[in-house]
Write a protein that binds this ligand. Structure first.
Ligand code: HEM
Length: 436
């Protein structure tokens, strides 16, 4: 079928693409939809009529139109479990909450977190090298959890809160799989999650009090507590935001770490070069937060974000009629954008399906033009921390040895909640003579 060339008539709804196989190959289905219908079209996603915006130009237009016209579409379950967390807020309350959360998560705050992250991650990577890993994604999730707990809550691996926190956090995550509507009330996972949420809030409050009195430079908590001390009610309680940060960090960062390691295992030429940088980073950890340092590792990070963007779709609802791509989208419609829109466009990235970190070595700020962290009013607040956690995990792993996939790369991939191998991928680090 030929590419769409006709302009939409004013007031027309975007065309409906009768797609099939979205769950198996969502990126392929969306690419075909855009090829046939242009930057904006409709498609059934999760059995709901959804306006899809998935090209570079379409995303720019969406983000400009967003404030006051589009709101994040969350289910009743998400509102119940997350309360007034950032992604459940709208308008001024949302903007003010972002303003208060940002400093502790910004690039400026990162140097303080580096030593703490290394203390958490170094021994984990040594264990990977010693014993191998049966399931790379599970291992990446565990190390992400430990790094997030350390930075966001000040919980060290040997802390007495580590076990109870992990258990209740696990129950809370399980509850997010309960039915999204009324049926949640008859689901045991929901009630277990509500109980876990209460206990987590108590734990957060206790740690916040301790953080205010103590001086832990390795944690964002003291800064967050100070930022929310005089906060108006509309911004929501810090405990709701902490739980949201922990959840937002979890699958996404683990996904990025996983795909970086898979690609390094498949491209030993880059792994060798990146390992040399990793040894340097562990000798001088300040390099981990210098944007002009570690060019190979940063190029691998950027190319992995491009080729393996963790998030598939972000969903909104129109609160008033909006014009997108020349179409008129009425109030009350579901609109979704794909953060990776444009990452596979051959006009922007030649040979888009190939892993070629070299394409980011010639650009000054690798990855700056990528959209893996979204954009607009709800753009990811955790990007600096997510990138630091990933670089730290990669450096610690490469310092131990070169990545290898004893059973080969994954055959099947799932795309939600974040892009990940559908089955366990065994992983090993082959020690090199130069590594200590
Ligand atoms: C590789 C890791 C990550 C990726 C790919 C990622 C991606 C994204 C994307 C695409 C969005 C926008 C969602 C939307 O438009 O509705 C988002 C929002 C958000 N992210 Fe991340 N994220 C990552 C890690 C993190 C981390 C580590 C944190 C916190 C420590 C974090 C905190 C948030 C928060 C709070 C929001 C909601 C912002 C708002 O609603 O205003 N993320 N993230």
């Amino acid at each position: 079928m030929s590419e769409r060339t006709l302009l939409p008539a004013p007031g027309e709804l975007p065309p409906l693409y009768p797609s099939r196989g979205f769950d198996q190959d969502p990126l392929g289905v969306m690419a075909e939809g855009h090829r046939q219908y242009g930057p904006v079209f409709r498609m059934m996603v999760d059995e709901a009529d959804t306006v899809l915006v998935g090209t570079w130009a379409g995303l720019g237009e969406l983000f400009v139109a967003e404030r006051g016209r589009l709101e994040v579409l969350n289910t009743a379950l998400v509102h119940d479990l997350f309360g007034r967390a950032l992604f459940n807020l709208t308008g001024d309350g949302h903007a003010e909450a972002r303003r208060r959360l940002r400093p502790a998560l910004s690039a400026r705050a990162l140097p303080r977190y580096v030593p703490a992250l290394l203390v958490v991650t170094g021994p984990v990577a040594a264990g990977w090298a010693r014993q191998g890993v049966a399931d790379l994604y599970l291992a990446a999730r565990e190390v992400t959890h430990a790094m997030s707990a350390r930075v966001l809550l000040g919980i060290h691996p040997a802390d007495t809160d580590t076990g109870p926190f992990a258990a209740d956090f696990g129950r809370f995550i399980t509850a997010t799989g309960a039915p999204p509507g009324e049926r949640r009330f008859s689901d045991a996972r929901y009630w277990a999650g509500r109980g876990a949420r209460r206990r987590l809030h108590t734990l957060f409050t206790r740690r916040a009090v301790a953080a205010r009195l103590g001086t832990d430079p390795g944690s964002a908590l003291p800064g967050l507590v100070a930022a929310f001390e005089d906060a108006p009610k509309g911004v929501g309680p810090l405990a709701d935001h902490l739980l949201a940060l922990l959840i937002a960090a979890r699958e996404t960062t683990a996904s990025l770490i996983t795909w970086c390691l898979i690609e390094l295992a498949r491209h030993r030429e880059y792994a060798g070069l990146a390992a040399a940088e990793a040894h340097g980073a562990l000798a001088d950890p300040r390099l981990l937060v210098r944007r002009d340092a570690l060019p190979i590792l940063r190029a691998v990070l950027a190319e992995t974000q491009r080729l393996h963007s963790p998030n598939l779709l972000s969903v909104r609802e129109t609160v008033c009629p909006v014009s997108l791509g020349g179409y008129r989208v009425p109030a009350g419609m579901r609109v979704a954008y794909s953060p990776s829109a444009g990452h596979l466009d051959p006009r922007v990235f030649p040979q888009p399906h190939a892993f070629r970190p070299g394409r980011f070595l010639v650009r000054q700020s690798p990855g700056a033009r990528l959209r893996a962290f979204g954009g607009g009013a709800h753009a990811c607040l955790g990007r600096p921390l997510a990138e630091l956690m990933t670089l730290t995990a990669l450096s610690c792993a490469l310092h131990q040895g070169l990545p290898r996939l004893p059973s080969g790369p994954p055959d099947h991939i799932r795309y939600r909640p974040a892009k990940a191998p559908a089955a366990p991928v065994p992983f090993a680090l082959d020690r090199q003579e130069s590594a200590s």
